[in-house]
Design a protein around this ligand. Structure first.
Ligand code: UDP
Length: 242
C-alpha cells in the first residue's frame, strides 16, 4: 500500500515514514516495478541551501521522496508538532538498498568520491555483497554538465544509481540527467563512499543512538564547523517561522 503522508519543513515535504516503512511500502515495490525514483536524503544543510537557491529548491521539491537525514530535521518536526518517526541516515538506507539489490539480482552503479576512494568502495562492496551485480563505477570529480559520462552510465542500465558528489552537486547531477535513463532509483549519498570504503569511520552506534552523529563528525573533521553553523541557523529559522 502506498499512502501519502508528508511533514513540511521550510517548504520541503518530508516523507513521514520509518526506514522499514520506506523500504517495504515505497522503495522495494518501485524497484520491483522498475519505476524511476529520485530519493533525497535531506539534512538541515540541504534545507538551508534550498532557501538560498531557488533552482535547487525546485530540484529537491521534484524528488519522489525527501527523507530526514539529520537530527535537526527530526527535532524541527517535533517542535512543529508534526513529528517524524525517526532519522533515516542515508548511509543506512544505501546499505539496505544494496542488500535488496543483491537478493533480487538488481544492478548498482557507484558514481562519486575521489578516484581511489571510489575504487576502494567497489572492493569493499564486492566483499560485503559478493553476489551484487555492479553495473559500473566512476569517481566524482566530473563536470556535472558532462553528458557523455551520464550517457555512458545510462548505457549500463543500472537499477540503482548512488551519487556521492556531496550536496548540491549530487542532486543537480541527478536532476540534469534523470531523463537519459529508462529506469533506476537515484539517490545522493554524500560522503557515504568514504565510509563504505573504510576511509572514514562512522560514529560509534551509541553516539548515533543519542542523535549525536553530527557532533562526532564535527570532532573528527573540525573543518566542517560551517556545516554546524548551518544546523543552528536552520533551527533558529524554524523557531522564528513558527
Ligand atoms: N565529491 C565528489 N565530487 C566533487 C565534490 C565532492 O565526488 O566534486 C565527493 C567527496 O569526495 C566526498 C563526497 O563527495 O566523497 C562529499 O562528502 P561530504 O562529506 O561533503 O558530503 P555530506 O555527506 O556532508 O553531504
Amino acid at each position: 500500500m502506498e499512502y501519502n503522508k508528508k511533514v513540511t519543513i521550510m517548504d520541503i515535504g518530508f516523507l513521514n515514514a520509518s526506514l522499514q516503512d520506506l523500504l517495504h511500502n515505497y522503495l522495494f515495490p518501485r524497484l520491483n516495478r522498475k519505476q524511476k525514483t529520485f530519493v533525497v536524503t535531506a539534512n538541515p544543510e540541504i534545507v538551508m541551501k534550498t532557501r538560498e537557491n531557488a533552482p535547487y529548491r525546485k530540484i529537491i521539491q521534484s524528488a519522489d521522496y525527501v527523507i530526514p537525514d539529520g537530527a535537526g530535521i527530526v527535532m524541527a518536526a517535533k517542535y512543529l508538532k508534526n513529528p517524524l518517526p525517526e532519522r533515516i541516515p542515508g548511509y543506512d538506507l544505501m546499505n539496505e538498498l544494496i542488500k535488496f539489490a543483491e537478493l533480487q539480482g538488481l544492478s548498482c552503479y557507484f558514481l562519486g568520491a575521489k578516484e581511489y576512494v571510489n575504487e576502494k568502495t567497489i572492493v569493499e562492496v564486492e566483499k560485503k555483497f559478493p553476489k551484487l551485480k555492479i553495473a559500473g563505477n566512476h569517481h566524482g570529480y566530473i563536470d556535472i554538465n558532462d553528458n557523455s559520462i551520464a550517457n555512458s552510465i545510462a548505457s549500463t542500465e543500472p537499477d540503482l544509481i548512488f551519487v556521492a558528489l556531496g550536496m548540491p552537486k549530487q542532486e543537480q547531477w541527478i536532476a540534469k540527467h534523470f531523463d537519459k535513463f529508462h529506469k533506476g532509483l537515484f539517490m545522493g549519498v554524500g560522503g557515504s563512499f568514504d565510509v563504505l570504503s573504510g576511509e572514514l569511520k562512522r560514529a560509534p552506534q551509541k553516539w548515533i543512538n543519542l542523535n549525536l552523529e553530527w557532533l562526532y563528525r564535527f570532532l573528527k573533521q573540525p573543518i566542517r564547523f560551517r556545516r554546524l553553523l548551518k544546523v543552528f541557523e536552520f533551527i533558529f529559522k524554524v523557531i522564528l517561522r513558527k
